[in-house]
Write a protein that binds this ligand. Structure first.
Ligand code: BES
Ligand code: MN
Ligand code: ZN
Length: 511
């Protein structure tokens, strides 16, 4: 894991492998961003011209490398594009946190193989320090546990992640700056751990293994943990989780993580879909649709990471995390299309399609979460392909039984740099799930499938409890190339939104 530190050292004297500077896209060419003054001075104020000569424009995601000026103890300058110049009348002309986070992430990726890089980007306030730190730690991430050459140790191919990121211009003794670094470190480390879980192949991460990871982390961070195994699930009547897991050789689990603070006034429950592999079950997915289905536990990974982060930050709020873990496989013991499951809530569900399994495990976990009467429940799930069709693969859908809460969740997501969009719950779609045999079927109309799934979940939220649902099927797993601070593979989608919701609840700024 990359280390994050602050330094007041001036650029020329600092020993590092590279110094990262920012460059914005101005109307008349690249504009050097604040923070890079020392480098600019070494070029007699002509750095922007030098960058332009090298083809730099300041566009988002752009990297321009140049040798450091003489007298510098860093051999390399890495200029990273920040995109359009900040508008003077917006937020006092300050650089947008997300622009800084992305630029920092791009630079950290470009510096894979380096030991130490100094980030001389614009640091107007503590929020900027945090954003730069977070971008660097998230951007430097790589998953190479299964590379036989072990890239992390292979100096020759230069692929080891950046080892140390130093944020220049920040004040190491300033309370707010220190807190920003602590927050960025906790969030990024736990988010990267969620990415690791998503990227771990499903033959190594079954429900039992996931539960063991959660148990160990809970112990380390003073979180109470309870794991229901298949026997306890049967005794408790968790028909949804058991029904989904019944086809697998690896039994399901329900993990409950309880973080409490003595001064907490509110209680949040987070519920995560944790299908460690989704083959579709008897309603088997065709080839082309199952290669990335190890990512179907991304919701549970996000919930796990968020609860641990809340504990590490000591937030004054009680947070309970529910991980609904099962593997969806076809076999002689698998649930059949046509079977009826008796859920934990007591409702019966006719399973028409065993590939609509996420809502079944979530239904049990939502009902269990509801029994504690939390102030709000937020579930996170790679729930539907329909949501990917609707919003693409970078934006998650936000649905809720309360419009104000839906807006609050959407705002929290945008605030931390997670693209999200509110989606409706049209009542007329409910009747498509009417079953002649049971209380409800697990499938309805195909059109608006993401909304249908959410309407199903709503039936399993306790009376009067505020609830929101994040369908992260699009952004959870990045099959394209890396961008900004987002790597290929598991992204950690949802983690930062949940952490922000916990913070807002702790400070009394949310409901
Ligand atoms: N895990 C999938 C949804 C998914 C699709 C996640 C693409 C990530 C990327 C989910 O369990 C599923 O199979 N949903 C079905 C539901 C349908 C059978 C009602 C779907 O969306 O096709
Ligand atoms: Mn499925
Ligand atoms: Zn699934």
């Amino acid at each position: 894991m990359t280390a994050l530190t602050l330094s007041t050292a001036a650029a020329p004297g600092l020993r590092a492998d590279a110094i990262v500077i920012g460059v914005s896209k101005g109307d008349k060419g690249p504009v050097v961003a604040p923070g890079a003054e020392a480098v600019d001075q070494a070029y007699d104020g002509g750095l922007a011209g030098v960058l332009e000569t090298l083809g730099a424009s300041g566009a988002e995601g752009e990297i321009t490398k140049l040798p450091a000026p003489s007298g510098f103890r860093t051999p390399l300058v890495v200029a990273v594009g920040l995109g359009a110049l900040p508008e003077k009348d917006v937020n006092g002309g300050a650089y947008d946190a997300e622009a800084l986070r992305k630029a920092s992430g791009v630079a950290a990726r470009a510096l894979a193989g380096s030991k130490k890089a100094a980030f001389a980007l614009p640091v107007a306030d503590a929020a900027a320090v945090g954003a730069i730190g977070e971008g660097a730690l998230l951007g430097a991430y790589s998953f190479d546990a299964y590379k036989e050459g072990n890239a992390a140790k292979d100096k020759k191919n230069g692929k080891a992640p950046l080892a140390e990121a130093v944020v220049l211009g920040a004040k190491p003794r300033d309370k707010a700056h220190k807190a920003a670094v602590e927050r960025a470190t906790a969030v990024s480390e736990e988010l990267n751990r969620a990415r690791d879980l998503v990227n771990t192949p499903p033959n190594d991460l079954n429900p039992e293994a996931f539960a063991a990871v959660a148990q160990a982390a809970a112990k380390e961070n003073g979180i109470k943990v309870q794991v229901l195994d298949e026997k306890a699930l049967a005794k408790g009547g968790y028909g949804g989780i058991l029904g989904v897991g019944s086809g697998s050789a690896s039994a399901p689990r329900l993990v409950k993580l309880s973080y409490t603070h003595s001064k907490a006034k509110k209680h949040l429950a987070f519920v995560g879909k944790g299908i460690t592999y989704d083959s579709g079950g008897i309603s088997l997915k065709p080839a082309g649709h199952n290669e990335t289905m190890k990512c179907d536990m991304s919701g549970a990974a996000a919930v796990f990471a968020a609860v641990v982060t809340a504990a590490r930050l000591g937030l004054e709020v009680n947070v309970t995390g529910w991980l609904a873990l099962a593997e969806n496989m076809p076999s002689g013991s698998a649930t059949r299309p046509g079977d009826v499951l008796r859920m934990y809530s007591g409702k019966t569900v006719e399973v028409l399609n065993t590939d609509a399994e996420g809502r079944l495990v979530l239904a049990d976990a939502l009902w269990a979460a509801s029994e504690e009467k939390p102030d709000a429940i937020v579930d996170v799930a790679t729930l539907t392909g329909a949501m990917v069709l609707a919003l693409g693969n970078r934006t998650f859908g936000v649905m809720a039984n309360d419009e104000a809460f839906r807006s609050a969740v959407h705002e929290a997501a945008e605030e931390v740099g997670e693209p999200a969009w509110p989606m409706p719950l049209p009542e007329h779609l409910r009747k498509g799930m009417d079953s002649p045999t049971a209380d409800i079927a697990n499938m309805g109309e195909r059109m608006g499938g993401g909304l249908v799934a959410a309407l199903f979940l709503r039936e399993f939220v306790g009376e009067g409890i505020t609830w929101a649902h994040l369908d992260i099927a699009g952004p959870a797993f990045n099959e394209q190339g890396p961008f900004g601070y987002t790597p290929k593979g598991g992204t950690g989608s949802g983690v930062r939104t949940l952490v922000r919701l916990a913070e807002l609840t702790a400070s009394g700024d949310l409901g």
